[in-house]
Design a protein around this ligand. Structure first.
Ligand code: 5GP
Length: 189
């Protein structure tokens, strides 16, 4: 059951904690949740589809979206590419009573806390720092310099846990997803 308007949920957490995997699991098993599609200036990875995983835009198009106030929040992530949440689709879904999930970085979560303080803020935490490092290296899609950059970001991001309303430990994807949707109020607690 949903209320109108629905509340927004923001899922954040350190690099490689599995935010993308958990949000993909939400998409697969909880179609009643709408996942925001971010705009990004980064290039697509193999298998990523424009308009599904991200809106892949040029730096100029991203500038235009910022200038025109089209983004609810945006940030430079890992000191490299820009990522942002298109505002219009989020507002439309919330107004229609659709439970809405943003999977964004910590800087973005802080901006949403300023503009939409009634949102729920959920921190996805690794079982341990060592496990986080193992996942970060194991993914193998980034070069050594990029991994080191992401690890440095992760150390800072882990310290932010206390800023969040709820902490979900990603010890098991299915379990973590189920806990997230209970926190969202999509399924009974
Ligand atoms: P990736 O490049 O691996 O898909 O994502 C890198 C990081 O960007 C992840 O931590 C992800 O949460 C973050 N991210 C994705 N979309 C957005 C967005 O719209 N806004 C912000 N602030 N971060 C985002």
């Amino acid at each position: 059951m949903t209320t109108t308007p629905a509340r927004l949920t923001v899922l954040a957490g350190p690099t490689a904690v599995g935010k993308g995997t958990v949000s993909a699991d939400v998409r697969a098993r909880y179609p009643q949740v709408w996942l925001s599609v971010s705009a990004t200036t980064r290039a697509p990875r193999p298998g990523e589809v424009d308009g599904v995983h991200y809106h892949f835009v040029s730096a100029e198009e991203f500038d235009r979206m910022v200038d025109d106030g089209e983004l609810l929040e945006w940030a430079v992530v890992h000191g490299r590419n820009r990522y942002g949440t298109p505002r219009g689709p989020v507002q439309e879904r919330l107004a229609a009573g659709v439970p809405t999930l943003l999977e964004i970085d910590l800087q973005g979560a802080r901006q949403v806390r300023e503009t939409m303080p009634d949102a729920r803020f959920v921190f996805l935490a690794p079982p341990s720092f060592d496990e986080l490092v193992r996942r970060l290296v194991g993914r193998g899609t980034e070069d050594a310099e990029e991994r080191e950059r992401r690890l440095a970001t992760a150390r800072v991001e882990l310290a932010a846990e206390s800023e969040f309303d709820h902490v979900v430990v990603n010890d098991d994807v299915t379990r973590a997803t189920d806990e997230l949707v209970r926190v969202m109020g999509v399924v009974p607690a």
